[in-house]
Design a protein around this ligand. Structure first.
Ligand SMILES: Cc1ncc(COP(=O)(O)O)c(C=O)c1O
Length: 382
């Protein structure tokens, strides 16, 4: 069969997790926590499973959950949302991304992404006949990544239909400021460009910084699909409950795809999350402090290795430079390290279209102390 995605293999996250499994290695590659969700939330899931919430949920999502999210965004971002018409519960952020990209992109349209780029965007653009244009983030002397807005502006063309943003950014932890949002607004003001903002790490942001959702900017909001997920926020990546927030007109188009992609999302989990938010409306507030401690502990441990760390402003990923250890290409180095040291990571080059910065790996530090200690014990031998 002639492939519709000839350049696409198996996602690096599956490849490295499988290798970690095969080598019995500590898996610091794929982005999932080793912690369980709050027992109170687990009890609510169990309650709804046994109370009969086991048939199809409404196509746009359980209304109580959408109402809970609307209340949360009104408080956090001063955005009044209509839960009926502007919030859709999706099968993880991944399905929200698929449905929104598919709703917007037509054959020949150009879509801009920022490299290093999470790998779930480009294949979906290609399936819709679109062309992905890659704008690399710039990297300063301290190794920190940020958007070069001038470069973005230069990359726009009459065919640009969509820009996909992902801040807090996987894998670099880069974040946007309110000023960045204003700059973006001024760049696209006289265009019809749509925006998709993947904000799954919205609640994991460090050192007092505040997450700047595209929802918080009046101009950008009009043309945005803002996507998030309970996976990272509730230590529940296996539940695959995400959501997409977009103005009514955009939501209508999104739902045309969503209803034939998965139709609806797991009913008991949605009810449980709705109840949980009602009981603990500030459930997400401790998350940044929690991961900031883990980030600092992991960085301290890594201090006894030869890796050089890039400062992490958000997410639960740490980028490290291994130039002092090896000049092997990162894909090979990551595989070898998984086999020989028993620690799996993600090579950064896979997130790039153009030649990437050399010798960088991503570690996921959303793990208990003992796991991080054991991993670094192994890495010290390098
Ligand atoms: C940037 C980014 N977007 C989306 C996702 C997928 O989210 P979900 O598991 O809710 O589909 C991930 C998961 O790692 C991610 O890192």
């Amino acid at each position: 069969m002639q492939s519709k995605l000839p350049g696409v293999g198996t996602t690096i996250f599956t490849v490295m997790s499988q290798l970690a499994h095969d080598c019995n290695a500590i898996n610091l590659s794929q982005g999932f926590p080793s912690f369980n969700p709050d027992p109170e939330l687990l009890d609510l899931v169990s309650h709804h499973l046994y109370s009969g919430a086991n048939q199809y949920a409404p196509m746009p999502g359980v209304l109580a959950l959408r109402e809970a999210l609307a209340a949360q965004y009104a408080t956090r971002h001063a955005r009044e949302l209509d839960p009926e018409l502007e919030i859709t519960v999706c099968s993880g952020a991944t399905e929200g991304l698929y449905s929104s990209i598919t709703a917007v992109v037509r054959p020949g349209d150009e879509v801009i992404v920022f490299d290093p780029c999470y790998d779930a965007y480009e294949p979906v653009v290609a399936l819709s006949g679109g062309i992905t244009r890659h704008v690399p983030l710039t990297r300063d002397e301290a190794g920190e990544f940020s958007v070069d807005w001038h470069r973005l502006q230069q990359s726009l063309s009459a065919a640009t239909r969509l820009i996909i943003l992902n801040f807090p950014h996987n894998p670099t932890g880069a974040i946007l400021s309110a000023h960045d949002l204003q700059t973006l607004a001024s760049i696209i003001r006289d265009t019809d460009i749509f925006l998709i903002s993947d904000e799954v790490y919205e609640h994991i942001i460090f050192d007092g910084a505040v997450h700047q959702s595209l929802l918080s900017n009046n101009e950008l909001w009009q043309r945005s699909f803002v996507i998030s997920s309970f996976g990272k926020t509730c230590h529940a990546t296996g539940w695959k409950i995400g959501y997409c927030i977009a103005p009514k007109e955009l939501t209508t188009e999104l739902r045309k795809v969503h209803q034939f992609t998965c139709f609806a999302v797991s009913t008991p989990f949605q009810h449980a999350l709705a109840d949980y938010i009602a009981i603990k409306p500030h459930y997400y507030q401790g998350l940044s402090a929690f991961y900031s401690k883990t980030r600092d502990y992991f960085a301290e441990l890594l201090g006894s290795t030869r890796f050089v760390l890039t400062p992490t402003k958000s997410t639960f990923f740490q980028i490290v430079d291994y130039s002092a250890i090896s000049h092997n290409v990162d894909t090979e180095f990551a595989s070898q390290m998984t086999r020989d040291q028993g620690v799996a990571s993600i090579p950064i080059s896979v997130f790039y279209d153009a030649p990437p910065p050399q010798n960088l790996l991503r570690f996921c530090f959303a793990k208990d102390d003992a796991t991080l200690e054991q991993a670094v014990d192994n890495l010290c031998k390098l």
